[in-house]
Design a protein around this ligand. Structure first.
Ligand SMILES: [Zn+2]
Length: 360
């Protein structure tokens, strides 16, 4: 449990970690401290001190939890630095933007998570890219993973008020506030830029909301709707309500600036090949096996008992990641590996577009 303890401190930022990274831990902490300072300027809010705590976890590396002016995350001895930068960029946004006030469901505020998680995903790539802390390619990779997972999601039309009940049961519901929220905010950003002739953007609305909260006023849904109406009129509110109702968010081609363009690719839906509720059931016996699925082709059968546990959210976002199920059948243990993917559907993706650097 103990082992080596690493430590880092610079200005108001500190880091402490247990175990060994696959790279120099100081490099990651230095990156995080520069991003933290960029965030402080961007959100116009600087905590007296901010810290991160990390420890190894072989079963669930790359997960994080927010604490007051700090957060804790897990890593494995092979977790690449890029994965942890992305995690840090996300969790550090939450130090500024977590949830709206007066959220109706106290149980995690899941019905309001489109706001906090949508903005965290939107800014986790946008701000490090602007700060020069990630490459163009890393920005595109992050965006395209979100877009691929969203546009191939078989449950894309799940209304926001059904998110809470499905959140812990199905990864396809769980990722929606993140994916849909972030693409919705990208759309709002491009619409505000267009409507204001480039004078304002989503950033101004977010900073205004944070300023209201600092001034002791509520940062709630009513405030968001007011700001949206003043920038985009009734059309903005109709679009917002449509997003909450489950209407597919159609992000404009130039939403990420003139140097990126939208293309449509054929990508495959995430599909376990059996009823996902099996994974959260007590005995975890396969049911609802789909004939013709990759799971059936790999030899999985109804009644097989699934022994291993595995995180699904990242798996769902990776078109080429395989899944290994350790199962028990008639007293024997068997391992089956397959690509958990089903039908191909069109999905928006973004790519580099040759553009002059002086074009704004
Ligand atoms: Zn988050």
């Amino acid at each position: 449990m103990a082992g080596t303890i690493g430590a880092y401190a610079k200005d108001n930022f500190f880091g402490a970690w247990q175990g060994h990274f696959a790279f120099d831990g100081t490099e990651l902490m230095d990156w995080a401290s520069r991003l933290q300072s960029f965030y402080g300027d961007f959100f116009d809010q600087r905590p007296a001190s901010f810290g991160v705590f990390a420890r190894t976890n072989r079963l669930n590396p790359g997960s994080g939890i927010g604490l007051t002016d700090s957060f804790a995350f897990t890593f494995g001895d092979k977790t690449p630095i890029g994965d942890l930068e992305s995690l840090l960029a996300h969790e550090m946004v939450h130090a500024f933007i977590n949830s709206l006030d007066n959220s109706m469901d106290a149980a995690g505020g899941l019905s309001m998570s489109w706001f906090g998680e949508g903005l965290a995903v939107y800014y986790q790539r946008t701000l490090p890219y602007r700060a020069g802390l990630i490459s163009r390619q890393a920005f595109l990779d992050d965006l395209n993973e979100t877009a691929a997972r969203y546009y191939t999601n078989a449950l894309i039309g799940t209304p926001n008020d059904r998110i809470a009940e499905g959140f812990w049961k199905d990864t396809r519901v769980r990722v929606l506030p993140y994916d849909r929220g972030s693409l919705y905010f990208a759309t709002v950003d491009s619409e505000i830029r267009r409507a204001s002739g480039g004078q304002r953007s989503l950033d101004d609305l977010v900073r205004r909301m944070l300023a209201e909260r600092r001034a002791g006023h509520p940062m709630n849904l009513a405030l968001w709707r007011d700001l949206l109406r003043s920038e985009l009129g009734e059309k903005g509110l109709t679009e917002f309500d449509g997003m909450l109702a489950g209407k597919t968010v159609s992000v404009p081609s130039n939403a990420f600036g003139p140097c990126f363009e939208r293309v449509t690719k054929q990508l495959r839906r995430f599909d376990l090949g059996f009823d996902p509720l099996v994974l959260v059931s007590a005995d975890r016996r396969v049911a609802g096996l789909k004939p013709g699925s990759t799971a059936a082709a790999a030899g999985l059968q109804n009644g097989d008992r699934i022994l291993n546990r595995f995180p699904q959210d990242a798996l769902q976002g990776n078109q080429s990641a395989t899944l290994t199920l350790e199962i028990e059948r008639s007293g024997q243990q068997i391992a089956l590996t397959y690509l958990p993917r089903g039908e191909e559907v069109p999905a928006f993706q973004w790519q580099d577009k040759s553009c002059q650097s002086n074009v704004k």
